[in-house]
Ligand binder design. Structure first.
Ligand code: 5GP
Ligand code: MG
Ligand code: MG
Length: 184
């Protein structure tokens, strides 16, 4: 699949590469200030969607910070998540006393993330905050305190910048909706 092919599958670009990078630079500045120049913060990414956000956010930080990863599977009917979560890969690090910043690609219902947040809070960290690149309107229905949001987007299925459709399109540099022919 070459670059021309992937562009042919898109219906509409919602957020360009430049917009993503500019926003992540702003968020990185806020994160750095919040954690008193990065003291004791651990970035925790949720695989696989958050790979791009993690890579670019942390490169916008002016100092050295560690990262760790979790992989979870969310049981649900079809495309909607149920909030019933199983850990596929746990953190390598002990987060006792650490300031954890969860880095996410998107919050839709928020069910997956509220489960992860509660799970991490049970391990006695100093704090747990959430940064997400994207947030959908349904996220407002769940009580989930998200300190940093890149962009609020409409209730449409999006791909790119880590987000997949059937494991494809993660490598797209922008966030976009797919053309109808992709689904059929
Ligand atoms: P939630 O538990 O917040 O409803 O769902 C979270 C997960 O669903 C995200 O981490 C992501 O993997 C997936 N998801 C939600 N909305 C979208 C979307 O528009 N596009 C893609 N590719 N995945 C989504
Ligand atoms: Mg995710
Ligand atoms: Mg997915």
């Amino acid at each position: 699949m070459d670059a021309a092919d992937i562009q042919d599958d898109l219906a509409r670009v919602l957020i360009t590469e430049e917009e993503i990078q500019a926003r992540l630079a702003e968020l990185a500045e806020q994160v750095w200030a919040h954690y008193d120049d990065g003291q004791d913060v651990l970035l925790v990414g949720v695989l696989k969607g958050a790979v791009m956000v993690m890579a670019d956010l942390m490169r916008h930080l002016p100092g050295s910070v560690p990262m760790d990863w979790m992989a979870v599977s969310s049981y649900g009917s079809g495309t909607k998540s149920s909030g019933v979560v199983r850990i596929l890969k746990d953190l390598d690090a002990d987060i006792t006393g650490k300031h954890v910043l969860i880095v996410e690609d998107i919050i839709d219902s928020g069910l997956t993330l509220s489960w992860i947040r509660a799970n991490l809070l049970s391990r006695s960290p100093a704090s747990v905050e959430i940064l997400t690149l994207l947030r959908k309107p349904d996220a407002a229905k769940v009580e989930i305190d998200t300190r940093w949001v890149g962009f609020d987007i409409p209730n449409e299925f999006v791909v790119g910048y880590g987000l997949d459709f059937d494991e494809g399109y993660r490598n797209l540099r922008e966030v976009a909706t797919l053309a109808p022919h992709v689904y059929s």
